[in-house]
Design a protein around this ligand. Structure first.
Ligand SMILES: *Cc1c(COP(=O)(O)O)cnc(C)c1O
Length: 864
């Protein structure tokens, strides 16, 4: 049944009463027929409310509501949407249920500082938020038992206005929560609140729920009368204020968030920290467990067993870190309450290199499974956090990678979806992560592809012109200058889009490095090219705002008028127009600073061709046929990258992209082929269904399993693991590799001889290498040898890259005087020291990954 309505909810005519349910469930935001239904009610008001269905229903006049409730066409559409909605909400045939059964004891809580669901709920700033929003949508579609936790910002992020000289103005709006698609969380008819202790005072947080399909996302709001004026600002603005504001917000999110779940009676067994901002959730979990009397290290093991961490930033400076004095001040109440563990708690965030309390360190210390957001970013993160993990090699640092995606239903244009419905198997949306499903994209006639694309391009150009006219009107431009915009941007010209945050590493101005060369491209009357830019710079990012000014200045030059345009207030709504409607999506960050990037994924699904540096997701996505790669030599420094990327951009435009686009009789068939390749190869891989399925299989399920096991029988396993780790740590110095016997090269072993004569190898196959027996004597002190793994590590060259080969050694004979012999077979030419090393490391079936306890004794410290 429905939750009690707040007083703000409009009472609707009975025939259309359930529109309220639709308005309060963000399911509407990814279902085109639901969006259309709201738009149909009053197209002008739909625009005026910023596509906010709650406001629309509140503001429509009675006569119109009555009219609609008697309009048979509208009622039919309404009933269709409601039927689909009910079907969605009640379906027992989700991916999760079918694959794992409905009784699977998993409950995931996903914590994020921002969520970008839809333009009507402005609690996001950019990519991280949109990713979190898309994650929640797919979690619902796939049927995951899932709850999100975030903050409800009174002022959102900011609305961007660009003035006549290209200056960015960050405009603050105060949102009226009663008009957003959210509701107060209630229990027994009462609004729910929680309190958190801040230095010298208690702060009360009101809980709100935004329903995202089947699952709720809980939002915390400090702007209530019970709080002091300063505290009411705690959830004022996303990424606003100073470091004190930031740490306070993160305390509200992490500590308040766990308390909010408890107030709602929710006890998840998986806690997902989406970027370090949310890592304080671990401290609240520790407080709960220490309160139960668990020893400190057992409490940490318990928290770790249930926590997943995703890092998003390949630049050290991008990770939140606070001076210790600030941390001790703001966490004063918690540290006071847990005074016996004060130092240990503070050490969980210690970054030895900077002397700061680092939120990523806290997250790494308190999570079992961790990942970056593309394969390349995983690798960069392993390098960044190698020293954090003792002396393991970079490739063995326990940080994996799950590449980001985007929510297909939210980002693919309705026109494309209608076309795909006709050509793809009926189950294509449910099976979107299966590449097979996408094969029949090849069957779509070129005319249909081009007609959809052209239509979307025209819509995009109309939206861009509206945006520019609005800028000029507000900036007091002449009627003539406003009128002029009607002729800007030709639907016939090759159109290149560049829209993202104006952070300097994204190098929005790279294309302007050689204005003469660029002008030749834009001015070609036969083959014109045009550029559309959009993006916000953080209000404190002055170099970012300088970029906006520079691009604005260029767009005002006579020769570029109408061919280079800068749109204002890049948000989900504008992003949708752009990724649907341009021809090419340009992305030229400094490699490897783009952890993943997702806007290019949105573009790809809409047949917009990516033209990007091989960074983030594109390093994996590009296959030579589905877009273009902007080149530079591997490991070029920034200046060299700049030179080489610029040259590559111009050359590809001149020699490949422009000629291909304008190689058209009736239709640009070769271009359309690339569009098909883009849709067919990239859609199945870079959607959030694939991503959330990866999270589920690789992290959520194993985590839920461990968490449940660790907590059973009074946290028996957590206590055992904590004790085990302490024992191993205390005694590891006694582990020693006493001697290694290289073996004799001549002794070809029985195994090799058998393999050679088994008939599975043809006569042309290379001969089996001669093997030899290597032995090592290891001293263990008080440590039980089966609690360790003795391994040989060597490297083999595979197509130019050195790959690590690990050969486990077997115990032979008895443990004598805490000394045991181990043996293994190796190719005879490998010599100890020069070619291979022996190492010993602790293992346990209770570890989340191989290097959970990064203690390694080795005969070599060498990394290839
Ligand atoms: C998708 C999206 C982003 C992220 O784009 P990147 O390619 O990761 O820079 C940022 N802002 C908005 C509004 C988006 O929709």
């Amino acid at each position: 049944m429905q939750a009690a309505m707040t007083t703000q909810t409009r009472v609707l005519p009975a025939a259309i009463a359930r529109l309220n349910e639709l308005a309060y469930n963000l399911w509407f935001s990814w279902n085109d027929d639901a969006l259309q239904l709201f738009q149909q009610m009053d197209a002008r008001q739909w625009e005026q409310t910023g596509h906010n269905p709650v406001r629309l229903l509140q503001e429509l006049d009675d006569a119109r509501l009555q009219e609609l409730s008697a309009d048979s066409g509208f009622l039919e559409a309404y009933q269709g949407v409601i039927a689909r909605f009910d079907d969605y909400m009640q379906s027992g045939h989700t991916w999760f249920e079918q694959r794992f059964g409905s009784g699977t004891p998993v409950h995931i809580a996903y914590f994020s500082a921002e969520f970008g669901f839809h333009e009507s709920l402005p609690i996001y700033s950019g990519g991280l938020g949109v990713l979190a929003g898309d994650h929640c949508k797919s979690a619902s579609d796939l049927g995951l038992p899932f709850v999100g936790v975030g903050l409800l910002y009174k002022k959102g992020y900011f609305t961007q206005k660009i003035d006549a000289s290209g200056g960015q103005h960050a405009e603050q709006l105060h949102y009226d929560f009663a008009r957003l698609p959210i509701r107060p969380a209630q229990k027994d008819g009462n609004d729910l609140t929680v309190t958190i202790d801040m230095p010298g005072r208690t702060v009360t947080l009101k809980l709100w729920t935004v329903q995202v399909g089947r699952n709720p996302v809980i939002l915390l709001d400090a702007d209530i009368a019970a709080n002091q004026p300063d505290d009411r600002e705690l959830t004022g603005q996303l990424y606003g204020g100073n470091q004190d504001t930031r740490i306070s917000q993160e305390i509200v999110l992490g500590i308040g968030g766990v308390k909010a779940l408890r107030a709602l009676g929710i006890y998840p067994n998986v806690y997902h920290i989406n970027e370090g901002h949310a890592a304080f959730l671990a401290l609240e979990r520790l407080r709960e467990l220490l309160g139960l009397g668990l020893p400190f290290h057992a409490a940490v093991e318990t928290v770790r067993s249930a926590t997943v961490f995703t890092t998003h930033t390949p630049v050290p400076a991008g990770h939140d870190a606070f001076p210790y004095g600030m941390v001790e001040h703001h966490l004063g109440p918690l540290l006071g309450q847990l005074s016996a563990h004060r130092q240990a708690l503070l050490d969980l965030g210690r970054d030895e290199a900077t002397g700061l309390f680092n939120m990523t360190h806290l997250a790494l210390h308190t999570s079992g499974l961790r990942n970056g957001v593309s394969q390349l970013h995983g690798k960069v993160s392993r390098g960044m956090f190698r020293s954090f993990h003792g002396n393991v090699e970079t490739r063995e640092v326990p940080i994996g990678a799950i590449t980001n995606g985007v929510h297909l239903d939210s980002w693919t244009a309705p026109e494309w979806k209608a076309l795909l419905d006709r050509f793809l198997p009926g189950s294509w949306k449910d099976d979107q992560a299966n590449p097979q499903v996408w094969q029949s994209v090849e069957l779509i006639p070129d005319e249909s592809i081009w007609s959809v694309h052209t239509k979307l391009k025209e819509k995009m150009i109309a939206a861009a012109r509206r945006n520019l006219q609005e800028q000029r009107r507000r900036n007091g431009d002449s009627a003539e200058r406003i009128e002029e915009v009607r002729g800007y941007l030709s639907p016939k010209a090759l159109t290149i889009g560049f829209a993202r945050r104006f952070a300097t590493y994204k190098r929005a101005n790279l294309i302007f490095s050689d204005l003469r060369r660029l002008r030749k491209l834009l001015d070609d009357p036969q083959r014109p090219v045009q550029f559309i830019f959009a993006g916000k710079a953080h209000p404190a990012d002055h170099p970012g705002q300088e970029l906006i000014r520079e691009i604005h200045r260029i767009s005002q030059l006579k020769e570029f008028a109408g061919k280079v345009v800068l749109l204002e207030n890049y948000d989900i709504d504008l992003a949708r127009y752009l990724v649907h409607g341009v021809d090419v999506w340009l992305n030229n960050p400094r490699r490897p600073l783009e952890a993943s990037g997702t806007s290019g994924q949105k573009a790809a699904m809409n047949g917009v061709l990516n033209f990007s540096v091989l960074d983030g997701w594109w390093e994996e996505g590009y296959d030579g046929t589905n877009g273009w790669a902007i080149g530079s030599t591997e490991d070029a420094d920034w200046a060299a990258q700049e030179r080489e990327n610029t040259e590559s951009i111009y050359r590809l435009l001149e020699e490949e992209i422009i000629p291909l686009y304008y190689n058209q009789g009736e239709l640009p068939h070769q271009w359309i082929n690339r569009m098909k390749r883009s849709i067919r190869t990239l859609s199945p891989a870079y959607n959030t269904h694939r991503m959330v399925q990866d999270y589920t299989v690789q992290t959520y399920l194993p985590t839920a399993d461990r968490a449940t096991r660790f907590a059973m029988n009074g946290y028996e396993t957590a206590i055992k693991v904590a004790d085990y780790k302490k024992f191993i740590r205390d005694n590891w110095h006694q582990v020693a590799i006493v001697s290694v016997d290289d073996g004799t090269a001549a002794s070809v072993t029985a195994a090799a001889a058998a393999a050679a004569s088994s008939g599975t190898t043809s006569s042309e196959a290379p001969p089996q290498p001669a093997l030899k027996r290597v032995t090592a004597d290891i001293a263990f002190g008080p440590i039980w040898p089966p609690d360790t793994l003795v391994e040989i590590v060597h490297y083999e060259e595979h197509s130019g890259a050195w790959e690590q080969v690990i050969v486990p050694m077997q115990a032979s004979g008895d443990l004598v005087d805490q000394l045991q012999t181990f043996t293994a077979e190796l190719p005879a030419h490998l010599a100890h020291g020069a070619h291979f090393s022996v190492r010993v490391r602790p293992v346990s079936p209770d570890f989340a990954h191989s290097f959970e306890l990064p203690l390694i004794t080795t005969t070599l410290h060498k990394e290839l």
